[in-house]
Design a protein around this ligand. Structure first.
Ligand code: DAH
Length: 346
């Protein structure tokens, strides 16, 4: 019987070594230490043995039992450490704990503003058109009635791009306004046209709280038979109402832009003082937010659209200004400083 016990022990240890997980460990326990195991039946049969044998076999059997039990514990511990029992062991992995929050990204406030404006104009039937950031002099200036001697071609505001043309003049630049896309659209598309033209624009300017060399604009253009200034006003009123709220007052005044005739500027009642006058609005109660007008006949003609048959309105909005007004942001550089403490607020 002692011999049987030794064999049993050796076999049990060998098997235990190979056990990979908790489930097999349990079936091992049942096999070697359970009620129906040969060890248990040896222990049960002790009473039937002669006294001498009972002593020696009993002692050895109990020893083997203790050894098996302590090996079982060791193995349990080892498996637990290797996390094989993890799912069922609370102290190792509490599956009821809430998950760690994943850091969620968000859209940049300028992207959010652009999307909001796209939606407003899309609902009025405008589609989106885009053009290149590196633009020909022709589309940025010439096609828009801005002749060579016009001050906006001055090197103080335009970033010119090499190489120069054969004549030695610069003819390529970083577009200074998205109105350049209007010049392209008029050339390519056939009326009726309703587009908005978002994009980055560039100015050769020193940086301060209200100026940066790269910013966003959205130009808009509608070309059709019978378009009037009333359509322009209606469209822009609707935009202002939707973007700034029903109550916000809007004002149109004459302005000059070479590519429109007549030209207007649109201002909204100051969001800071509600029209009473404050530092933000220069004590006028109004804040100018966009330029607009009826597209100049010459501009249409250059794009092969007959100004006697079609008329058109156009507008151009600076984007950064809008969230600045809405949220009271006093420095435009914050948008592009990549400071998460600022960006996370939107
Ligand atoms: N391009 C002008 C600017 O950058 C803004 C502008 C004014 C655009 C009048 C227009 C317009 O389309 O009709 O200051």
């Amino acid at each position: 019987m002692i011999q049987q016990l030794e064999e049993l022990k050796t076999k049990a240890f060998q098997e235990l070594d190979k056990i990979p997980d908790a489930r097999e460990l349990e079936s091992w326990r049942v096999r070697y230490l359970g009620k129906k195991s040969s060890l248990t039946s040896i222990l049960r049969s002790l009473a039937t043995l002669p006294v001498e044998e009972r002593k020696s076999v009993g002692a050895r059997a109990n020893q083997v039992k203790t050894e098996l039990e302590s090996k079982l514990q060791e193995k349990e511990q080892a498996l637990r450490e290797a996390q094989f029992i993890s799912g069922t062991q609370k102290e190792i992995l509490d599956i009821t704990l809430p998950g760690r929050p994943l850091p969620a990204g968000r859209l940049h406030p300028i992207t959010q503003t652009l999307n909001e404006i796209f939606e407003i104009f899309a609902s009025m039937g405008f589609q989106i058109a885009e053009g290149p950031d590196v633009e020909w002099d022709y589309y940025n200036f010439e096609a828009l009635n801005i002749p060579a001697e016009h001050p906006s071609r001055d090197t103080t505001s335009t970033c010119w791009v090499e190489p120069k043309s054969e004549s030695g003049d610069y003819n390529m630049l970083l577009r200074t306004h998205t109105t350049a896309v209007t010049a392209r659209v008029i050339e390519k598309m056939k009326p009726p046209i309703r587009v908005i033209e978002p994009g980055r624009v560039y100015r050769y300017e020193a940086t301060d709280a209200t100026h940066i060399p790269m910013f966003y604009q959205i130009d808009g253009l509608a070309v059709d038979k019978g378009i009037t200034l009333a359509d322009l006003k209606g469209t822009l009123y609707e935009f202002a109402r939707r973007f700034f709220g029903e109550e916000r007052k809007v004002r149109f005044r004459c302005d000059f832009f070479p590519f429109v005739e007549p030209g207007v500027e649109m201002a909204i009642e100051c969001l800071n003082c509600n029209g009473k006058g404050c530092r933000l609005c220069g004590y006028s109660g109004w804040i100018e937010i966009l330029g607009a007008g009826m597209t100049h006949p010459e501009v249409l003609r250059r794009g092969s659209i007959d100004p006697d048959e079609y008329s058109s309105f156009a507008f151009g909005i600076g984007i950064e200004r809008l969230p600045m007004l809405r949220y009271g942001i006093d420095d435009i550089r914050l948008f592009y400083g990549n400071d998460l403490r600022f960006l996370r607020q939107f």
